[in-house]
Design a protein around this ligand. Structure first.
Ligand code: AMP
Length: 323
């Protein structure tokens, strides 16, 4: 009865001189409520593993699903796209930022890796991340972890071959993070194509109760795959790197008339022709087992994966080849 009376009163106000003051009061109320809601959605920054475990356990008991996006920071739109996938699929999104020393086979690469936490925090707030986990090195490695992972043949090629120990470090940190966050879904970018295969492999082998979601590569308007390392390129180097993806795209067309080996040679020569770029490897592999193919007739999906040196910086990218 009280509600009906209030509705009638509000309805009467529409027709009289108090309408505008009523309208503005309502507007202020709505703005205030939205503000309170936004405050309640404030991102929590946690650097202690037991605090995070405790917070997430509580949410899990309330029936909330948890999506997880592990990163090394210096965030760009590619990273944010993973967070948007997680937000769409889960009640809670957890992002970690940790520049993991055990996955760097090159000490200088580790030292110069960009670290811009304040900017990252602003970006994470813009995509409504719920928890940011920023552990210290001691928090993640209080004692030396000597676990060894078996990837079968997955790490015998490409990144595994040219960056010895890299995937041992990746598997180690991802396992540790999975143990802490215990997510329902974890999101990884296809830019690191071999990494996704490795993570799926260990998730299955070690029986982690998490579903791995691989997400498409985000690119700059000139085709360059977004990467934290792009910000380390000089202005001159930046002008040359779009050739990498341009060449991969052209290779898709060339592949209609060339053999696998001829296509590979054409890609390497075209990129190396630019004095700023030096191809480390270009392989066309079976997407399921990552082994190099030598005939286009193979039925499974084929992916061309490349690593290119640009001065001190090393960039990777990949593209699919249709049957
Ligand atoms: P990183 O911080 O480089 O370890 O990357 C964290 C995650 O973001 C990894 O799963 C990457 O594959 C993913 N990622 C990096 N660059 C891109 C991109 N351009 N598009 C989509 N995902 C990306």
């Amino acid at each position: 009865m009280l509600i009906i009376n209030k509705l009638l009163l509000a309805y009467n106000l529409v027709d009289n001189k108090y309408f505008y003051s009523f309208f503005f009061k309502t507007l202020i109320h709505i703005t205030f409520i939205s503000y309170i809601c936004a405050i309640l959605k404030v991102m929590k920054i946690v650097s202690n593993r037991s605090d995070l475990i405790q917070e997430l356990n509580l949410l899990r008991q309330l029936g909330k699903t948890i999506g997880f996006v592990p990163t090394m920071g210096a965030l760009h739109e590619g990273h944010l796209s993973l967070m948007r996938y997680s937000n769409d699929q889960n009640d809670i999104t957890v992002v970690s930022i940790f520049v993991n020393p055990t996955q760097f086979n090159d000490k200088k690469d580790y030292q110069r890796y960009p670290r811009i936490l304040d900017e990252d925090i602003k970006k994470l707030e813009s995509v409504s991340c719920d928890f940011l986990f920023t552990p210290s090195e001691h928090e993640m490695y209080p004692v030396k972890d000597t676990r060894e992972f078996d990837f079968g043949n997955l790490d015998k090629v490409m990144e595994g071959k040219f960056r010895p120990g890299h995937f041992q470090g990746v598997a180690l940190i991802v396992s540790k993070l999975f143990e802490i966050v215990n997510p329902d879904f974890a999101y990884f970018g296809e830019k690191d194509f071999q990494q996704v295969a490795i993570i799926k492999h260990i998730t299955k082998k070690l029986d982690f109760p998490v579903e791995i979601i691989s997400c498409p590569i985000l690119r700059e308007t000139d085709g360059l795959a977004m990467s934290s390392r792009n910000m380390l390129l000089s202005i001159e180097e930046r002008k040359h790197v779009p050739l990498i993806f341009k060449t991969l795209q052209e290779a898709q067309q060339k592949a209609k008339n060339l053999s696998v080996d001829e296509t590979k040679n054409w890609v390497v020569c075209t990129i190396n022709n630019d004095s700023f770029l030096k191809v480390e490897y270009f392989e066309i592999v079976d997407e399921t087992n990552l082994q190099p193919i030598n005939k286009w007739e193979q039925k499974t999906g084929k992916v061309g994966c490349i690593a290119v040196h640009v001065g001190n910086i090393r960039l990777i990218d990949n593209i699919r080849f249709n049957s």
